[in-house]
Design a protein around this ligand. Structure first.
Ligand code: FAD
Length: 483
């Protein structure tokens, strides 16, 4: 587990004192200021257990006023802050690198209101995605996105990572669905854009700035999110096929035949399947295949939906795209099948270390990175696998090993990033840049107007660089040579 990752602590940042802790306790009460080393452990450790910070304090505000007061103190004292949601992020962004003050949003979990006709939910940033979904479900609505981490990840974390997930192909990205935001800026000012209007062209769309900002521009405290109507009919096809060309053919057929009802199009290879079956004890509905796909439809009419799905499956058998497949419209079976896709990372990391790379390419190229990486690592004890949101051209390249030695890591990085850039891809489709990828972002984009504009925005919104330092952007105040 790395701590600091070869970085040095920025010398210009303040150091937490007993006096600061007392000020925080006066503000929040003792019970919401965590300082015991035992209790700090889980806040300092990321989900993949690959990064460990050394924060000496976690603050647990309950209101936007408290978040604002915290940021005023941190700004006055130049104390660095690491905002934390459900801590399910996969790029080392949610935990401190050194002794940053952790601001945990877990106690800000009120749902402010639902507008059934407008199709929106307003809530605080610490609400857990699954809980918000259950809440809007009662009003005939659904959240427009779904992630395997839904039981822990929070709305503020989803916004800050610009999370994609399982239904982007149908309902669009967070850019389409985030209708309002409330955020506390580095100096403690509250930016309130919670009107939640679907159409609102009054100047710059500031709320969009927080999508994918990973806690570097402000602390998100509230949001208004578009919620589509809950579908009356859902069907799910679980398919097995021989090779990647069959995956592409199936996607093409799905777009043609399921078209407006297609709500998810996922892929996993046999290594991923073996992990969820072998390590987690889940049951596959199919025999062994090289590739598997999960396709979901959401529609307003059960008969029509099922008819379309059956025709689709028949066509796939007829044109030879799939070797086997099963379709269900039963909610409990749909849930069980989804687990095979959602729990892949958990299965892969059950008794191995895992590195996972979240990449985007044109669809035809998506699996080439797996071949390239297998070839590169053939002399090492490492297993390469792939799953992902193939409908969106987004794959997760997973590498498992008993231990990632320096020499093994050196084979993988920067190769994986260079290969991705060279092949017209993106090194972050949906997980963000965080701590792990920022060097590679800078290596590729360091002197471009693109990165310079990001730096200028950061400087304007957080001139002292106290918000989630060492993440996304390399700050000139960092003393280590991080090029
Ligand atoms: P955290 O992990 O706590 O934080 C993530 C980043 O956001 C950090 O930089 C943190 O500083 C910042 N942050 C958190 N809350 C706030 C806030 N209120 N204000 C400002 N900054 C904040 N991601 C996908 O995109 N698609 C998937 O399909 C997907 N599936 C996953 C499946 C599993 C099993 C796991 C473990 C992760 C998965 N993820 C996925 C990654 C992760 O769940 C998402 O990135 C999620 O959006 C993170 O939310 P969180 O609340 O856990 O945020």
């Amino acid at each position: 587990m790395s701590s600091g990752g070869g970085l040095r602590r920025r010398a210009d940042l303040g150091t937490l004192t007993d006096g600061h802790v007392q000020r925080f306790e006066a503000l929040l009460s003792k019970s919401r200021v965590v300082t015991s080393p035992h209790d700090l452990e889980s806040y300092n450790t990321d989900w993949l257990k690959q990064t460990k910070g050394q924060s000496r304090v976690v603050l647990r505000p309950k209101t936007v006023e408290e978040v604002s007061a915290i940021m005023r103190i941190c700004s006055e004292e130049n104390l660095a802050v690491c905002p934390q949601g459900g801590n399910t992020g996969l790029v080392g962004g949610s935990v401190p690198v050194f002794d940053e003050v952790i601001v945990s949003m877990s106690l800000m979990r009120n749902i402010i209101g639902v507008d059934p006709l407008g199709g929106t939910v307003s809530c605080e940033a610490g609400c857990v995605l699954e809980e918000v979904n259950s809440h809007v479900d009662k009003q005939g609505l659904m959240m427009p996105y779904d992630l395997g981490s839904k039981g822990s990840c929070q709305i503020g974390g989803n916004i800050s990572t610009c999370a994609g997930g399982l239904r982007l192909i149908r309902y669009g990205s967070q850019h389409a669905n985030l209708l309002g935001i409330q955020a506390v800026l580095a100096n403690g000012d509250v930016l309130d854009c919670m009107s939640g209007h679907r159409k609102d062209n009054t100047g710059y769309h500031l709320r969009q700035l927080f999508l994918g900002a990973e806690g570097t521009l402000g602390i998100v405290t509230g949001a208004v999110i578009n919620c589509p109507p809950k579908p009356a009919a859902v069907s799910l096809a679980f398919l097995g096929m021989e090779d990647y060309s069959n995956v592409l053919a199936t996607l093409t057929t799905a777009k043609q035949m399921l078209s407006e009802t297609l709500s998810s199009c996922e892929m996993m290879d046999n290594v991923c399947m073996e992990a969820v079956v072998g390590k987690l004890g889940l049951r596959s509905p199919l025999d062994r295949h090289n590739f598997y796909m999960v396709l979901e439809t959401q529609a307003s009419n059960q008969e029509h939906d099922r008819h379309k799905m059956d025709n689709f499956l028949r066509e796939l058998f007829d044109n030879g795209s799939i070797q086997n497949g099963t379709v269900t419209s039963e909610p409990s079976k749909i849930n069980t099948l989804w687990k095979l896709r959602e729990r892949i990372i958990e299965g892969l990391s059950r008794d191995k270390e895992v590195l996972t790379y979240d990449l985007t390419f044109r669809h035809a190229k998506c699996y080439d990175i797996v071949h390239a990486m297998r070839e590169r690592l053939k002399k090492h004890e490492a297993t390469v696998s792939c799953c992902g949101h193939i409908g969106d051209g987004n794959v997760h390249l997973n590498i498992q090993a008993d231990k990632f030695t320096d020499s093994l890591r050196a084979e993988i990085e920067p190769f994986v990033y260079d290969w991705t850039w060279k092949n017209g891809g993106s090194i972050s489709a949906e997980h963000g840049i965080g701590l792990y990828k920022r060097r590679h972002l800078h290596r590729a984009k360091g002197t471009t107007p693109w990165l310079e504009t990001m730096r200028a925005i950061k400087k304007t919104m957080d001139p002292a660089g106290i918000l989630n330092p060492y993440k996304v952007i390399v700050d000139p105040r960092e003393m280590a040579d991080d090029k």
